[in-house]
Design a protein around this ligand. Structure first.
Ligand code: DGL
Length: 263
């Protein structure tokens, strides 16, 4: 493993590609390998033990492929399994958590919304962060039940998506939130639809840029930033059909490869 080794990224499915885009934008020289464990999506309703087993399997696959760092581009896997991953593997592991701290610090209405999976909202790590930063404000926690399977199917504009989003944003609008935290890496793909439904004063935030910055910081610290000017190898693997990844990554189609792999 050296500075030319790839950055590994995994998610329960296609959603973490929203995080990959931020990483690639900040670190365009880096080789990357992305694993979409869509066969096992959604992770959000699984037990902590099951989420941990799947996260160990994905991380091992990325390490077997020579990755120098692993980004867990899944809030559910991070909040449930990151400490086990860090105990088991010696390479740096970066996680993603809902951006509750910046929302709590900036809200003027003292009311924020968070949309995430059941697995994330029920995790100890989430409660710890919410307890530390959001104890004096009102936090409307909504489980985005059903959203991940629709995104996995590429149904971003379906009637079902619209009615689920209306249902989930209604209690937040009623509580006059001014920040909406997206606590699932699939959800940034819903931002254009959410913007149409929410009042204009609501700011939507996710953690993609923060994760990319943290990845760069750690690579710098470890002295393994890739300074080569060679065209990077950008590989995507999914254990189901390539269709939705192809759709979400269409503007990168000339530089990426997307393949099915059994992992
Ligand atoms: N992208 C995952 C996350 O950030 C999706 C969770 C799921 O598979 O339910 O939480």
């Amino acid at each position: 493993m050296n500075k030319y080794s790839p950055i590994g990224v995994f998610d329960s499915g296609v959603g973490g590609s929203s995080i990959w885009k931020e990483i690639h934008q900040l670190l365009p020289n880096e080789n990357t390998i992305y694993l979409a464990d869509s066969k096992n999506a959604p992770y959000g309703n699984k037990t902590q033990q099951h989420i941990t087993e799947l996260s160990l399997k994905n991380t091992q696959e990325l390490i077997n492929r020579g990755c120098k760092i692993v980004v867990v581009a899944c809030n559910t896997a991070t909040t449930n399994a990151i400490s086990v991953l860090r105990e088991k593997f010696s390479i740096p592991i970066i996680g993603i958590e809902p951006a509750i701290k910046p929302a709590a610090l900036q809200t003027k209405h003292k009311s924020i919304g968070i949309l995430a999976t059941k697995g994330t909202l029920s995790s100890d790590l989430f409660h710890k962060t919410a307890g530390a930063f959001a104890k004096d404000i009102s936090v409307i926690e909504i489980v985005g039940e059903g959203l991940v399977p629709l995104i996995e199917n590429g149904e971003l504009d379906s009637q079902e998506m619209t009615s689920l989003l209306k249902k989930y944003t209604a209690p937040m609008i009623a509580e006059n939130i001014d920040y909406l935290v997206l606590g699932c890496s699939h959800y940034p793909y819903l931002i254009p639809r959410l913007k149409k439904m929410l009042p204009q004063h609501v700011t939507i935030i996710d953690s993609g840029q923060a994760v990319a910055r943290q990845t760069k910081n750690i690579l710098q610290q470890e002295n393994v930033l890739n300074d080569s000017k060679k065209t990077p190898k950008l590989q995507f693997f999914t254990n189901t059909s390539v269709n939705t990844l192809q759709y979400l990554l269409q503007s990168y189609s000339e530089k990426t490869t997307i393949q099915t792999l059994d992992f």
